[in-house]
Design a protein around this ligand. Structure first.
Ligand code: ZN
Ligand code: ZN
Length: 342
């Protein structure tokens, strides 16, 4: 064993990723019973007329129900919307999850996923203090905290996030037109930020969200419309407890349009099975980019399934699936056991 990994932060990462690995392994086992494990598509960042959205919670839920989603978290600014009056049909294969966007000073926004009562804006002198206070408030309700749009207003840096404890999720893709996820070259992209946090040993999983506000009038690129970015969670049942647990354990992938059939992690490899695009006159193609420590590209595969065999030096391995029209999916990182004999 080599001691170059950072022991301070490795323990939580090791634990988190071992849990993710265990969850994947468990899911694969459970999948042999075809009815046991399913993929559920959901949006984790949603505004309604309860804050600055333009439609009622009921209408917003209706849009997602009609467009191939199975769950939705309502996240109005500093407002908790109880799902109970809206999610009244237990047999419609659709779940509304309670949530909120904790909207603090300094444009520090943290989504509280799976909470059951309102969390007020938090106090703190720095972005780090505001983030940590928000995360703690979400964890106190057994919810999952999601750090929203770090580059919106250029509000958050990796340095702000590195000291955080009990992190959960990080937004790296969004349908919102003003969140600057790609960075500007000097400021890293949010996906690069994610690699920097992972490389420092942080437990954090990445999500894609709509951050939707606009369901009325025309859908255009400069409006925050629905259906652009989502997560697909693997769970044994469509309940709040199961979905929140899958999010917390990294048992999901993020997408802006690429669908995955399966993700398989073992102690020595990561395999990604892509759902082939529908046949057409100009079928899209895709490649699977395997990525490790500091965002290094480890390999690029056109095979399907695509498999990457660990060498033992990566720290973690994740995959970004890119299609030829710019759509993407991202798997969560798998911890690679460091081995001197590989
Ligand atoms: Zn926000
Ligand atoms: Zn928002």
């Amino acid at each position: 064993m080599c001691a170059t990994m950072q022991p301070f932060r490795l323990a939580p990462l090791a634990l988190a990723l071992a849990l993710a690995l265990a969850a994947l392994a468990q899911s694969v086992t459970a999948q042999r019973d075809a009815s046991a494990v399913r993929w559920y598509r959901g949006n984790l960042h949603t505004h309604t007329i309860n804050s600055d959205g333009d439609s009622s919670p009921y209408d917003v839920m209706g849009w997602y129900k009609r467009h191939g989603y199975q769950f939705l978290v309502l996240t109005d600014h500093n407002t908790f919307t109880d799902p109970a009056p809206y999610d009244t049909n237990p047999n419609d294969n659709f779940l509304l999850v309670g949530g909120e966007e904790i909207t603090n000073a300094k444009t520090v926004h943290v989504n509280a996923l799976g909470i059951s009562r309102v969390i007020p804006a938090q106090s703190g002198g720095t972005a780090t203090e505001l983030l940590q206070a928000s995360i703690d408030a979400v964890r106190a309700q057994n919810g999952v905290p999601l750090i929203n749009h770090p580059n919106y207003g250029w509000a958050l840096t990796v340095k702000d996030m590195l000291p955080l404890q009990r992190t959960g999720l990080l937004e790296i893709a969004s349908g919102h037109p003003l969140v600057n996820h790609a960075g500007d070259g000097a400021v890293p992209s949010t996906e690069q930020m994610w690699d920097q946090l992972l490389s420092a040993g942080m437990r954090i999983f990445a999500v894609a969200v709509d951050d939707v506000h606009n369901f009325r009038e025309e859908f255009t690129r400069d409006r925050a419309n629905p259906g652009r970015a989502w997560v697909v969670a693997r769970a044994t049942a469509l309940t709040r407890e199961h979905i929140v647990a899958s999010l917390n354990e990294g048992n999901f992938y993020a997408s802006t349009g690429v669908a995955l059939k399966d993700i398989r992690a073992t102690t020595d490899s990561l395999t990604v099975d892509v759902e082939p695009p529908a046949a057409s006159g100009s079928p899209s193609r895709f490649r699977v980019v395997f990525i490790g420590r500091e965002g290094r590209v480890l390999s690029v595969a056109n095979d399907n399934p695509a498999r990457y065999a660990f060498t033992g030096t990566e720290l973690y391995v994740r995959a970004r699936i890119e299609d030829s029209n710019g759509l993407r999916a991202w798997t969560q990182p798998v911890l690679v056991p460091r081995s001197s004999n590989r």
